[in-house]
Design a protein around this ligand. Structure first.
Ligand code: COA
Length: 149
């Protein structure tokens, strides 16, 4: 279809294409979820093709990262870090002072300036949904991470 080809300058921009966000995340092995409380999302685009994505969730005063994924063929090139940095700016502009993630790849988050937190740290997300997830402690060993922004 014209306009669907891969090509053009890579760009990170806002998107509300939740269908593609979900597809990328599932292809990356993440569990399915909802878009409840998602207040912003960005995609890494090459031409019209979204090849990476991340979303910002707001629960009360807590801002957290959701749906982070980069297409396998493009990993290790800094795209994940750029996506998080973009959503971090977005959170900051909305008044956030801390950004959280229930991280499936905690080492990645540490590399980009997040720190591991203890389970009971005030203000952080709950791990309760993980306990119901079929991937938990099988092929997913999540940690709660945060960054002061
Ligand atoms: C996690 C993910 C988004 C990282 O994207 P990426 O574009 O490969 O990340 P970057 O290239 O920006 O990596 C930044 C740094 O983190 C490191 N890193 C990336 N993924 C890592 C991982 N899974 N474990 C450990 N370190 C990792 C990179 O080596 C790089 O380190 P360097 O600066 O020393 O070279 C990507 O691997 C992915 O989509 N994984 C599957 C889905 C997933 O786990 N999402 C996270 C949900 S919380």
């Amino acid at each position: 279809m014209p306009g669907d080809e891969i090509g053009g300058q890579p760009v990170i921009r806002k998107t509300d294409d939740f269908e593609t966000i979900r597809r990328l995340a599932l292809e990356a092995g993440l569990e399915d979820g909802t878009f409840e409380n998602i207040i912003s999302a960005v995609g890494f685009f090459i031409g019209n093709q979204m090849m990476g994505t991340v979303a910002l969730k707001k629960d009360g005063d807590r801002y957290s990262i959701e749906w982070l994924s980069v297409s396998e063929s493009l990993r290790g090139k800094g795209i994940g870090g750029m996506l998080v940095s973009r959503i971090e700016s977005e959170a900051k502009a909305r008044g956030a002072s801390t950004l959280w993630a229930l991280a499936r790849a905690p080492k990645f988050f540490e590399k980009i300036g997040f720190r591991m937190t203890s389970l009971d740290e005030a203000g952080g997300p709950s791990m309760s949904n993980c306990l119901l997830c079929r991937q938990y402690q099988k092929n997913c060993f999540p940690s709660i991470v945060s960054k002061n922004i």
